[in-house]
Design a protein around this ligand. Structure first.
Ligand code: ARG
Length: 563
């Protein structure tokens, strides 16, 4: 049921043809204060058309508007404030949630459309950084949200597995490396080989040349080079997949930069044919002056291709292979220039789909106000961060509910959920202060708070012997339930807004609001009291658990039944 739509219909009845329905819908507002009604229609635009005072028009409208859904309409200043028929809305909303269950709120905007989501994309032989964690968590939530809107999603892990650094790594491994240590702690060992290479290269200049030569061999498909590269890649992926398993994130494709090694020639040819390539300092670039951007480097003087060349090849490949409607790139804010250049080059090639590419930037993760970096040799192991969060969650559970049966599983859900929620609750461009203590609090704006609210609601359903089947009369005395109903009513609107803005935080905030509204209700009303309203209250509680669980799922969190 689309309530804004019905209000717009009722307005259109009396306002046509002065103003069309789409405009009416756009103008409708939601008053911040519940006392001003459920929706408001501002009359200022009509006032200009009619050359009448807005309050006068508001009065006329509120006197003549009729709809079974509208209980009352009031003229306040230049606004028509309407109050919905609470009984009717309550009935509609609860019936819809209870019958549709986890499909409640689903949309069909994206039917038959594909969205590719370039996400996570860590670099082989390097630690998985906080930025990659953010990309993984935000990308995963966006995929779930787009799916909820009917889109088909393709989650792509565009691994950083190609480039001159792999020539250096092979050189270093052949000089100083050892199989055993790489097997034991691959990332740590490969990183320290890489660091050693750079230290030694300052003294010995032939090393750089060796590195370049090995990368050349790699590009040409030399056996030993390829098998070392493949081994480094496999070992790194094994490490990364521990994090993906904890986060319960998977991918539809692991085609990283290397995958485009044989697909870049075509890109360079196309650019040449279009006369877009220009030589500059012996390198090949696409000038982007008119777009106010620095030139995009396509080929180095030694013929080597670059990050941008591979992203161009990837964009073509994805367009051809997936026929995407939108292509998202969930990558840190510091790469904005790169993605602007990528889009600008595609636009210069006259690909009209260049503006369906969206860079989804995000801010940094801070520790005590400073950037959390993976500086030379000093590695913050993300896996450790997650396991620490899990063990803190376990401690909380031991203290609060020691008799819980599946503590291991629940502490995983809570510990990991806490980290994910902490990332998603603020608009992604904001920097985040990393604090396990804050993330794991059971009160306030945290994942555990929402999970706990859901578990509490579930326990009420068990105690009240809630039985989903059978028809119930939905009737409430008073207004205590209304805030919950109006939040439940808005679920699909929140989902579509968060999809359009690429903004999972809108769903996180919604889950916080719904949890607060429920906990307030819990404090005010004796939910399990035996009277004629009991079944209606349990229906309300059940609807809350359905929508809370679905909100958590859309963010990538589990919702334990008990905790
Ligand atoms: N591997 C890159 C990095 O860690 C991120 C890749 C993002 N995706 C892309 N298509 N460029 O910085």
């Amino acid at each position: 049921m689309n309530y804004v739509g019905s209000f717009a219909d009722a307005l259109y009845e009396i306002l046509q043809p002065e103003i069309d329905k789409a405009t009416i819908e756009q103008l409708i507002e939601k008053p911040k204060i519940a006392d001003f009604g459920d929706y408001a229609f501002p009359c200022f635009q009509l006032a200009k058309i009619r050359k009448q005072a807005p309050p006068l028009i508001a009065k006329q409208i509120s006197d003549s508007i009729t709809s079974p859904l509208i209980q009352k309409a009031e003229a306040v200043g230049g606004y028509v404030n309407v109050f919905l028929n609470k009984q009717m809305v309550t009935q509609h909303v609860l019936e819809a949630v209870l019958s549709q269950k986890q499909n409640y709120g689903s949309l069909s905007i994206g039917e038959n459309k594909v969205v590719t989501i370039d996400m996570s994309s860590p670099n082989i032989a390097k630690p998985f950084s906080m930025g990659h964690l953010r990309s993984t968590v935000i990308g995963n939530a966006l995929a779930l949200i787009f799916q909820k809107c009917g889109y088909q999603t393709v989650k792509i892990n565009h691994l950083g597995d190609w480039g001159t650094q792999f020539g250096k790594l092979i050189t270093a491994y052949k000089k100083w490396g050892n199989e055993e240590s790489v097997k034991k702690e691959p990332i740590k060992e490969l990183l320290s080989l890489y660091v050693k290479f750079h230290d030694e290269a300052e003294k010995d200049h032939t090393l750089e040349e060796d590195g370049r030569a090995w990368f050349k061999k790699l590009e040409d498909g030399h056996d030993e080079a390829l098998s070392l590269w493949r081994w480094f890649r496999d070992e790194s992926l094994k490490e990364f997949s521990k994090i993906y398993e904890l986060l319960k994130v998977d991918f539809d494709s692991y085609n990283g930069e290397a995958f485009y090694n044989d697909k870049m020639g075509m890109v360079v040819e196309m650019l040449e044919e279009n006369g877009l390539l220009v030589e500059s300092d012996q390198a090949q670039v696409v000038p982007l002056e008119e777009q106010n951007l620095p030139p995009c480097l396509i080929k180095k003087s030694d013929g080597a291709t670059l990050y941008a060349t591979r992203d161009l090849a990837a964009a073509f490949y994805r367009k051809n292979n997936y026929q995407f409607d939108q292509a998202l790139y969930v990558v840190g804010n510091e790469q904005s220039l790169h993605f602007n250049q990528l889009k600008a080059v595609l636009a210069k090639m006259d690909f009209e789909w260049s503006d369906t590419l969206h860079h989804i930037p995000f801010g940094m993760m801070l520790k005590d106000g400073k950037k959390m970096s993976t500086r030379k040799g000093k590695v913050i192991l993300l896996e450790e961060v997650l396991t620490e969060s899990i063990s803190l969650a376990m401690k909380n559970i031991e203290a609060k509910n020691p008799s819980l049966t599946n503590k291991e599983e629940v502490s995983k859900q809570v510990g990991v959920g806490a980290v994910i929620f902490h990332d998603l609750k603020n608009f992604r461009m904001n920097d985040i202060e990393f604090s396990l203590e804050d993330m794991l609090r059971f009160e306030g704006e945290t994942g555990p708070y929402i999970q706990y609210t859901n578990a509490r609601a579930n326990s009420l359903l068990r105690k009240g012997n809630w039985n989903e089947t059978g028809t119930i009369s939905i009737h409430f005395e008073g207004k205590a339930h209304w805030e919950i109903i109006s939040l439940l009513r808005d679920f699909s609107e929140v989902i579509s807004n968060s999809m359009k803005k690429f903004d999972p935080s809108q769903i996180a905030k919604y889950a916080i609001d719904l949890s607060r509204a429920f906990n307030q209700y819990y404090g005010e009303v004796r939910i399990l009291e035996e009277n004629e309203e009991l079944q209606a209250r349990l229906a309300l509680v059940s609807a809350v658990t359905i929508v809370l669980q679905e909100s958590l799922r859309l963010l990538g969190l589990d919702a334990p039944n008990e905790m």
